[in-house]
Design a protein around this ligand. Structure first.
Ligand code: PLP
Length: 412
């Protein structure tokens, strides 16, 4: 920070404040994580200075020899990590990965069947305010009202009725294992392309603690910054055959010059993800989420689908006075960051909601185990039970965070 401090003290002070927020608060946003120092160093490196439109060995600028080396390393590592033939590591984000993936095999106006936003899908799965809902003709499946899990019978009925050209599996707020084989059978039967958006669970998939979509999906998209613990960005995986179309949709289709500093950081993150320590980390994530679910339910809170198989839980306050917004605000005052979230059959507005989404990838990166996460779950319940507990919990949160520094051993 020495250079920022001398050239721009205002921004240095903003970064300092954000550092304190992250270091002394519990970040339980399910889509966030904390990257290693090596990933951060790569992202902050001189690789940011270079234009490299095109792909390795086929660039539109001179001087790209080291860009090619970095991008090739990222591609080869992520192919090995997931066991696929083709990878594009240039998407600036998960949304851009989805946009390019759709456009590589579909035309505007084509039908896509995906998960409803209010049941846990993502904006790019057909929300009207997103490019996806404006360009394509989406239909949506949701959760079974009894089990609050994805109902493949409903997916099959909708696929038969609507004959989509593509079926999308993947979600932003779904705490259960997704049956990629079941989805692929439905897609095959109706002649649809099967796309898996594994943004949330990519790290779990890489470590083998969630079944892989490889072998079932025609195209796989992901972010790199959630459970995968890389820099902010996206990626697309597929067969070699589809790869050409995907490459041309990313560049020149929807993007210009790749963010080479981010691609370099992706290469570092993929190397970390190939290490045995990463598998142990993902196993711990799943164990920690299970403890969180157990404690919340023991203390009387209802969870969507009554539990979790992955890195997150969804608490459902339907029928209670407290809203998702209240819970987010109240927990925030105790230095616990979560996000409000819609629940199945949501009656409140998306700005208020009846639920919160709570994830453990980041606290697990800090080295927190079942005992620490059990304590966190207790703090959450104390605050939700009674607002008067906020000051006391805020002190306990700071103490816990001090014992598990953001960049202690677990963060590389
Ligand atoms: N897909 C899913 C399932 C997501 O959860 C997200 C982000 O939350 C995205 C795509 C989009 O990623 P980004 O925010 O990088 O555009």
């Amino acid at each position: 920070m020495q250079f920022i401090k001398s050239c721009d003290p205002e921004i240095a002070s903003v970064i300092d404040s954000e550092y304190s927020r992250q270091e002394y608060g519990l970040n339980l946003i399910a889509s966030e994580n904390t990257v290693s120092r090596a990933v951060m160093e790569a992202q902050g490196s001189i690789m940011t200075n270079k234009y490299a439109e095109g792909y390795p060995a086929k660039r539109y600028y001179g001087g790209c020899q080291y860009m090619d080396q970095a991008e090739n390393l990222a591609i080869e590592r992520v192919k090995k990590l997931f066991g696929v033939e083709f990878a594009n590591v240039q998407p600036h984000s998960g949304s851009q990965a989805n946009m390019a993936a759709y456009l590589s095999v579909l035309s505007p106006g084509d039908g896509i069947l995906a998960m409803d936003l209010s049941h846990g899908g993502h904006l790019t799965h057909g929300a009207g305010v997103s490019f996806s809902g404006r360009l394509f003709n989406f239909s949506h499946y949701g959760l079974n009202p009894e089990t609050e899990t994805i109902d493949l019978n409903q997916v099959e009925d909708l696929a038969r009725a609507n004959k989509p050209k593509m079926i999308v599996a993947g979600a932003s707020a779904y705490p259960r294992t997704i049956d990629f084989k079941g989805f692929s059978e439905i897609a095959k039967a109706c002649g649809a392309i099967f796309l898996v958006d594994m943004a949330h669970i990519a790290g779990l998939v890489a470590a083998g603690v969630h079944p892989t979509p490889v072998g079932y999906a025609d195209i796989i998209t992901s972010t790199t910054h959630k459970t995968l613990r890389g820099p902010r960005g996206g990626l697309i995986l597929s067969s070699a055959e589809l790869g050409k179309k995907i490459n041309s949709q990313i560049f020149p289709g929807i993007q210009g010059g790749p963010l080479m500093h981010v691609i370099t950081a992706k290469a570092v993150a993929f190397k970390e993800a190939l290490s045995p320590g990463f598998t142990e980390y993902q196993k711990q994530v799943v164990k920690n989420a299970a403890v969180l679910a157990d404690v919340l339910m023991e203390r009387g809170y209802k969870l969507v689908s009554n539990g979790t198989d992955n890195h997150m839980v969804l608490v459902d306050f339907s029928g209670l006075d407290i809203t998702g917004k209240d819970a987010e605000d109240r927990l925030g005052r105790a230095n616990i960051t979560v996000n409000k979230n819609t629940v199945p059959n949501e009656k409140r507005s998306p700005f208020v909601t009846s639920g919160v989404r709570i994830g453990v990838p980041l606290v697990t990166s800090r080295g927190m185990d079942e005992a620490a996460v059990g304590a966190i779950a207790g703090f959450i319940c104390d605050v939700l039970d009674d607002e008067a507990n906020v000051p006391d919990v805020a002190v306990k949160v700071k103490d816990l965070c001090t014992r598990y520094p953001l960049y202690g051993d677990a963060a590389c």
